[in-house]
Design a binder for this molecule. Sequence first.
Ligand code: 2BA
Length: 107
Amino acid sequence: MKLILAIVSNDDSSAVSSALTKANYQITRLATTGGFLRAGNTTMIVGCEDDQVEKAIELIGQESKRRTEVVPSTASYDIGRYASFPVEVQVGGATIFVMDVEQFIKL
Ligand code: 2BA
């Protein structure tokens, strides 16, 4: 048995957990915070059989692809005026750890 820890952006967490649940994976979602950006992200804990790991990674990847989005940003000028302009930011992506499970116990 394996334990998958998948860290995904909050924007993708709903789609990722729906896809995994629909495919009969049992998951736990944790609200986590990235150490570098200090922004919220979501960590999914998935316990599954060895032969189910690949499919889980595929589903997570499908729902959390790294992509570029254009978001509005503002710049201020000394004369007290603000201008809005679009900037491209990278969003999404997943960081995944797969670990061996020594024991799986439900009491
Ligand atoms: P990613 O590498 O895609 O990482 C996204 C989030 O995944 C991280 O959020 C962290 O919560 C988790 N994560 C990634 N690698 C990990 C690991 N080896 N162990 C445990 N958790 C891990 P943040 O820490 O807020 O990082 C956000 C993004 O900032 C990273 O995206 C990376 O592109 C960049 N970054 C992180 N640390 C950096 C550093 N020391 N220098 C430059 N850029 C960094």
